[in-house]
Design a protein. Structure first.
Length: 283
């Protein structure tokens, strides 16, 4: 009976109306939580109450698209992205690669990363990054670059687009072969995703790829078995959030469409270090 109910719930969750309702619920809850935590951080700053940090000062930011409206809360408007960079400079941050942030965690350095390979990163983010000399890393879903994505992810770069991205100075790394929830995969499937993505990326790019970011990126999206495999396949594995990430991973801070300057400053201050994006059911 329980399995039948679970199957029915899963089937209903795949209906367009259910997915639309789900996305609205996610966006509404995310907006409320991020604004609440940001206002709390602003009050702490004003009253001199410091938030204890679990890590150093340096921070690695996780963006997705920059001007792909259909990606919802994962999309940051180009004007907001430029504003984020300016806020960071005004707050005394300098820009660095993830490796540089990790090498000197006590320094006020920011690394910019993107997930999924959105075309809007090449179109809208790269010109700004190049103009200001800001390095960036893109975590690529190799199967999507091959064309194996659904309609919701039509706005992703193919291999020719990724070559242009790399030529513009963006470092390319792995984000799996098909963007699954690793929390739902057995060890064999996880190994196929991890090894297959690296093998395909290296074959198409012509150089070593030894960094990986977990799809969805949070504590529920990873298993100890996947972690053991990833540690053999990749030098560095990234996750989020900072305080709740799986063992053996490097923290990133998720940046969203909601993040106006007040929220973005809070993210830089660590207000979301224990916050995880809320989701439930089919995605």
């Amino acid at each position: 009976m329980a399995s039948a109910v679970s199957s029915l719930r899963s089937s209903l969750g795949e209906l367009p109306a259910a997915q639309a309702a789900y996305r609205c619920a996610v966006a509404g809850r995310m907006r409320a939580e991020r604004w609440g935590l940001a206002l709390d951080e602003a009050l702490r700053t004003r009253t001199g109450l410091t938030r204890p940090r679990g890590t150093g000062v340096g921070r690695i930011l996780a963006y997705h698209s920059i001007g792909t409206e259909s990606w919802g809360v994962n999309d940051v408007r180009p004007t907001d992205f430029e504003r984020h960079l300016q806020v960071a400079v005004d707050e005394g941050w300098t820009f660095a690669t993830p490796a540089e942030v990790l090498a000197a965690p006590e320094r006020k350095q920011l690394a910019i990363t993107f997930d999924d390979g959105a075309t809007s990163v090449l179109d809208n983010a790269v010109p700004v990054l190049r103009h200001h000399g800001v390095p960036a890393t893109m975590f690529v879903v190799s199967g999507w670059a091959d064309g194996g994505h659904d309609a919701g992810y039509a706005h992703v770069l193919d291999w020719a687009g990724l070559a242009r991205l790399e030529a513009a100075g963006v470092t390319l790394a792995s984000h799996s072969a098909s963007h699954p929830d690793f929390g739902r995969l057995d060890a064999a499937a996880a190994e196929r995703e991890l090894v297959g993505s690296r093998t395909r990326l290296e074959a198409m790019l012509g150089h070593e790829v030894d960094e990986f970011a977990i799809p969805f990126g949070q504590s529920a999206n990873w298993t100890p078995e996947a972690g053991a495999i990833a540690s053999r396949v990749y030098r560095t594995v990234y996750a989020q959030a900072v305080d709740t990430r799986p063992a053996g991973t490097i923290p990133r801070t998720f940046i969203t469409q909601i993040d106006r300057p007040l929220i973005f400053r809070a993210a830089l201050s660590g207000a979301f270090d224990s916050w995880e994006e809320w989701f439930l059911g089919p995605r």
